[in-house]
Design a protein around this ligand. Structure first.
Ligand code: HEC
Ligand code: HEC
Length: 385
């Protein structure tokens, strides 16, 4: 029998087009939270303090990598305040940029650009770092070149950075004080409604440290001897921990390095990295590397975003490591030459497949890490017309 689809589906098509239009329009409207926006928060705060981490996060070595300081443990109210601050465009001079502009949840709190765009259109000097498991860099220093001594120091720097957000801390405090909702949030977090930059720093740090990713296919695998992995993923895992020696630097189940190293991206120093901070030539071209968790969604890769895909990264480690004077010994042959892995195409694809098992969909969709200013998006713009 012949079906007359066209007349029936016409209203459906129309509805879809309209829905797409509304979705686009609201995304546009909310790309910039306006200066009067208020967050929509759950009546009972989300759980940030007591998450049920799997065993491999609770025992050494991972548990010993935690850089949470004794004076700033995560509380649900503190991290809730941190979440609001993280998504608030008031933290930039012209109310256009929030932390989340460059640290997007869908990209594991990184962004898809090689260099990120600040409040006045300027570009950052380096690639935005993924924040998943930032809590497990044991030295507790932050940025690609470790220039922030603690996370508490780090989180105030983008706000004052002339490219990124462009505010003084006094201006920031005044803007937060001018709202009705911040004083109660500070009171819930710290006992009194007083707003100051130290409290902003503590709350933002709590929210960032709460970003632990522990529900990837990999985590199911740890608990089940990787019987959930495909043969290809298991081959990749063996290469990562074996011939590739990747786990010598991207360490433990948190996949976090224990120090900055030079991985041979360039034969000559183009960006001094850690050396620019310590002034020691032996540190030139050494960089901290964020956790590899969710690495599939954090591209482009490396401190300058030079590689677009994981396949390019793997090919670099396979055949492209350069002989920089500070190249880490773990990437050299016994006679000190840059290491060549000579992987087959099957092995390269397996390494990529293994890295993809670190993608944690729960983490990148968890509402407790989402934008609290977006809840009313579907009807607010309509009401404002
Ligand atoms: C305009 C883009 C942009 C904005 C806005 C921004 N960041 Fe970043 N963030 C970056 C870049 C780029 C880096 C790496 C810079 C470097 O190392 O030189 C970075 C690094 C970091 C790191 C270091 C991670 C690590 O493991 O060492 C943290 C933490 C961080 N940002 C948190 C924040 C917070 C909190 C805010 C809001 C107060 C914020 N960022 C705003 C682009 C941005
Ligand atoms: C000697 C230590 C070391 C070894 C061994 C090593 N890496 Fe790296 N890796 C680093 C450093 C350091 C960086 C960051 C370099 C930079 O951006 O300047 C990095 C960056 C990366 C990145 C990009 C991270 C990001 O957020 O952009 C990936 C992916 C990666 N490595 C995967 C691997 C794989 C796969 C292997 C094994 C084949 C491996 N690494 C071996 C030190 C190492």
């Amino acid at each position: 029998m012949k079906k007359h689809n066209y007349p029936l589906s016409y209203p459906l098509v129309l509805a879809l087009v309209l829905a797409a239009g509304v979705a686009l329009w609201t995304t546009q409207a909310n790309a910039q939270t306006n200066a009067t926006a208020e967050p929509d928060l759950p009546a009972v705060p989300y759980e940030y303090a007591n998450i049920s981490l799997p065993q491999h996060y609770l025992r050494p070595p991972v548990v010993n990598q935690d850089n949470t300081p004794a004076n700033n443990p995560i509380t649900n109210e503190g991290a809730t305040l941190g979440r609001v601050l993280f998504y608030d465009t008031r933290l930039s001079a012209n109310n256009t940029i929030s932390c989340a502009s460059c640290h997007q949840q869908s990209h594991s709190f990184s962004d898809p650009d090689a260099l990120s765009t600040g409040f006045a259109g300027g570009l950052t000097a380096r690639n935005a770092m993924s924040l998943a498991d930032a809590r497990y860099f044991q030295p507790g220093t932050f940025f690609w070149d470790e220039r922030a001594a603690t996370l508490e120091d780090q989180v105030l720097q983008p706000i004052q950075n002339s490219v990124e957000m462009g505010l003084t801390l006094d201006e920031m405090v005044a803007k937060l004080q001018a709202t009705s909702f911040y004083p109660p949030l500070f009171e819930q977090a710290f006992g009194t409604p007083e707003i100051n930059s130290e409290r902003v720093s503590l709350a933002l740090s709590q929210f960032v440290r709460a970003m632990v990713s522990y529900e990837a296919k990999y985590d199911v695998g740890v608990a089940s001897n990787f019987s959930n992995f495909t043969p290809q993923e298991n081959l990749g895992r063996q290469l990562f921990n074996g011939r590739g020696n990747c786990n010598a630097c991207h360490r433990t189940d948190a996949f976090v390095a224990e120090e900055s190293t030079n991985n041979g991206l360039d034969a000559v120093t183009t960006d001094a990295g850690l050396g620019g901070i310590t002034g020691n030539p032996a540190d030139n071209g050494k960089f901290k590397v964020p956790s590899l968790r969710n690495i599939e969604v954090t591209g482009p890769y490396m401190h300058d975003g030079r590689f677009s895909t994981l396949a390019e990264v793997v090919e670099f480690y396979n055949s492209g490591v350069q002989s920089h004077p500070n190249l880490d010994p773990r990437l050299r042959t016994p006679n000190s030459q840059p290491r060549r892995l000579n992987l087959t195409n099957t092995e390269k694809a397996a390494l990529v497949a293994f890295l993809q098992t670190l993608t944690d969909d729960s983490f990148i969709h968890d509402p407790k890490f989402s934008n609290p200013f977006l809840t009313h998006t579907l009807y607010l713009p309509l009401l404002q017309r």
